[in-house]
Design a protein around this ligand. Structure first.
Ligand SMILES: Cc1ncc(COP(=O)(O)O)c(C=O)c1O
Length: 358
């Protein structure tokens, strides 16, 4: 294997030890993109109109956040001081690490989950304690609570929960979250609700009850703004104020602000897309089962399916037909794929192609 050239200035130890994130390949436009849980139809036309009205002068001015923050806060039913706009949830994770994680701290995750939790924690020099979903993709709530009740020195600084989780699609129920938050007296709990629109379960109002809770949302999924990078963090005003001290002055660009406002100004588009995806997911579920895959009940806009030994061939053959799904390597054995639910027409297309291959 070719060794990476050592840079003149050695990088931090935390950086040289990092496993690189498996980002989407280039050239995905015009293909059927069922590999990264994106919106498959594009954003609302209202967003495109708002962007086209931006002026050359607006491009020359550093972004201003107050008005958009107010409107987005109202949309989510919180006060402006309870929301912080970020460059996607990825940026929120970076900010959490920058604000709260010291070199050598530990953080808690339950794998398989969204890779970026581990990535930013390790980048900050944290030790990652990783529990695992069991073979039935059940969340190990008792083990999580035991880990949170460790003596102060061994207690994790941050617990990351994606709810629904990516890639399992599973949901931690409200009562379990309540038990976790009660046990987390010394731990910051991030509940990442990137896929909330498809699950309908949120604990966003709990930010007023639990001072150690942060909730994250994104415009990358239903709103179809993954390219523009907009997300939100919700929490107690004091906690967000502390985080802003560690934040860059302009994390979200002006086009993203305009797009986010236009997206929430078209709630019908958001509702219709969500409804379409839920119908499409039900169709995908049925179709995958009839193709012989084991699937796991999903509350998100994707399904995890176990195809066993044919999975690799399936992913490659679909790719040759211009249909992208995601093979998963973060399971104890091969065979798992994650397939996004786009529109019903997308689902019909991928199921028909799979039938042909299998
Ligand atoms: C659980 C979860 N959180 C966050 C993200 C990324 O969100 P954003 O595009 O806002 O950075 C993803 C993307 O796939 C995800 O699966």
């Amino acid at each position: 294997m070719k060794r990476a050239k050592v840079p003149v200035i050695p990088v931090r130890k935390a950086v040289s030890g990092l496993a690189p994130y498996n980002a989407p390949k280039e050239g995905r436009a015009k293909k059927l993109r069922l590999d990264f849980n994106e919106n498959t139809v594009g954003c609302s036309p209202a967003v495109m109109r708002a962007l086209s009205r931006m002026t050359a002068e607006e491009m020359a001015i550093y972004p201003e956040y107050q008005a958009t923050t107010k409107r987005v806060a109202r949309f989510f039913g919180v006060r402006p001081a309870e929301i912080h706009l970020t460059n996607g949830i990825d940026d929120a994770l970076h900010l959490i690490a920058d604000t709260f994680i010291n070199d050598g701290d530990s953080v808690l995750i339950v794998e398989p989950t969204f890779d970026m939790y581990r990535f930013f924690a390790e980048l900050a020099g944290a030790r990652v304690i990783a529990l695992r979903y069991d073979d039935e993709m059940r969340f190990p709530v008792d083990a999580v609570i035991r880990a949170l009740r460790q003596p102060p020195k061994r207690c994790p600084r941050v617990l990351y929960i994606a709810n629904p989780n990516n890639p399992t699609g599973t949901l931690v129920q409200r009562e379990e979250l309540r038990r976790i938050l009660r046990a987390a007296s010394r731990t910051l709990v991030l509940v990442d609700e990137a896929y909330f629109d498809f699950s309908g379960l949120t604990i966003l109002p709990w930010i007023r009850r639990y001072p150690n809770l942060l909730v994250a949302r994104t415009f990358s999924k239903t709103a179809g703004l993954a390219a523009l990078r907009v997300g939100c963090l919700f929490g107690k005003p004091e906690m967000l104020a502390a985080m802003r001290r560690a934040c860059t002055p302009y994390p979200v660009n002006s086009a993203a602000l305009v797009a986010a406002e236009a997206a929430i100004g078209d709630p019908r588009f958001l509702r219709n897309y969500t409804r379409e995806v839920l119908q499409s997911r039900a169709m995908l579920e049925k179709g995958l089962v009839s193709l012989g895959a084991r699937i796991y009940p999903s509350s998100a806009n994707f399904l995890l399916a176990d195809f066993g030994p044919v999975a690799k061939r399936l992913v490659r053959a679909l790719e040759r037909k211009g249909i992208l799904i995601r093979g998963r390597r973060d399971f104890p054995r091969d065979g798992f794929v994650r397939i996004s639910a786009g529109t019903r027409a997308d689902t019909r297309k991928v199921l028909r192609a799979m039938e042909g291959i299998l």
